[in-house]
Design a protein around this ligand. Sequence first.
Ligand code: SAH
Length: 224
Amino acid sequence: MPNEKVYDLRLKMVKKLVENGYIMSKHVEHAFLTIEREKFVNLAPEHAYKDVPLPIGYGQTSSAPHMVAIYLEQLELQSGLKILEIGTGSGYHLAVTACALDYLSGGEIHSIEINPFLLERAKRILSSYNFKTKISIHLGDGFYGLKEEAPFDRIYVTAALVEKPKMLYEQLKIGGILLYPYGIQGEPQLLIKAKRTQEGIKENEVIECSFVQLRRAGEEFRPS
Ligand code: SAH
């Protein structure tokens, strides 16, 4: 498909996300218009730009674009932030976040992925972009966060937690924001926004959501 046609599909998706109030800021819009979802989900563009979650192998899915947009807006991005992503998956969500941060003149993102095959694949695709934002992808169990790089201004988890993320609260700077889906896979889950203040952690429910479960070491290849 010619590049202009692909751009049209991307533009159509972005217009809908704006109309429906999922995309509210310029940096988020720019990122969605730039990142080629078809590369990450390995599908023809006519499928890649549907606003639905798409399979990426190993029982995992790349979130629907409107959910990625909700994350991006709720993260309240600013220039120079140090961010931790848990669950690199295809790398799409990471690429959109990096591109949005670039628009605000860059920052630093660390991403942690438990499945080495998904990690290598995401790294390969991401290497075709030239982000200002420094990206480092780490192999490991993100349940524990990433102590050696903590503290972070922002942390977001792209797989559902069934218990409160105490370790992640601790790796958040004062004033920092943590986003995570909470609940059991297949049951109603909530996207939670936690802020770390001087007085402690304050949590709000953002929206209902549906995510695959965060896996623990040894479960990385378990089928869903
Ligand atoms: N954000 C991704 C989709 C994530 S799907 C995208 O845009 O494609 C959830 C991802 O979290 C999967 O890749 C899965 O392998 C990974 N994952 C699951 N448990 C994990 C853990 N404990 N630590 C790090 N990554 C984990």
